[in-house]
Ligand binder design. Structure first.
Ligand SMILES: [Zn+2]
Length: 199
């Protein structure tokens, strides 16, 4: 049975490794790229290569950066003593879009999830504690979502961080129950930030 040439087959297989891309979407995207003449595939190839080599986690907060520090950490207008701890780099942008936070971030990278084998020892608290020791934040807001993993992680971190002397708060107020930050709109997020409660 006839099939696409080897390179196209490999490209289809690679596309299918992306989230939310099934066999049909992969085929549609690959055929589009093969036929387009506006230079999209050349630009994509160049940018994917650059993203792989140039983009890395900010050495201070863990958000995406192309220099040692990310743009948020280099912004002199932000309050460096007000922190927001989030689970993923995407959550940083969700809070930024709510335009209600002028501090800086700490990207934890993971949430507690005993069912998936992510226990307390897998949560990189050492990096966070070392950073707190260096920078002495005034307040740390835990914005880890209202799903079971987020709540458990906030509870666990709250216990550990209480000993640091910083004020620890959580932004659970008003967020949709049972979800990560991706389920909250900007208005809800800004209310949740304003109405944060101390732990
Ligand atoms: Zn940063």
């Amino acid at each position: 049975m006839a099939d696409y040439p080897p390179t196209v087959r490999e490209l289809l297989a690679a596309m299918r490794e992306l989230p939310s891309i099934g066999p049909r979407s992969a085929e549609r995207l690959v055929l589009f790229l093969l036929e387009e003449t506006k230079g999209t595939k050349e630009r994509l190839a160049r940018l994917l290569q650059a993203a792989g080599t140039r983009v890395h986690p900010c050495t201070r907060c863990g958000f995406y950066a192309e220099e040692e520090l990310c743009e948020l950490c280099r912004d002199p207008v932000r309050d460096p003593l007000l922190w927001c701890v989030v689970a993923s780099p995407g959550d940083v942008l969700r809070i930024e879009r709510a335009s209600a936070f002028r501090g800086i971030y700490h990207v934890l990278g993971r949430k507690l999830s005993p069912l998936d084998g992510v226990g307390p020892e897998e949560i990189p608290t050492g990096l966070l504690l070392a950073r707190i020791e260096r920078e002495h934040p005034r307040e740390i807001i835990l914005a880890l979502g209202t799903d079971a993993e987020g709540e458990a992680t906030a509870l666990y971190l709250g216990q550990i961080l209480k000993k640091t002397g910083s004020r620890i708060s959580s932004l659970a107020t008003g967020l949709p129950a049972g979800g990560g930050l991706e389920f909250a709109d900007s208005v809800t997020l800004s209310y949740a930030l304003a109405g944060r409660r101390e732990l």
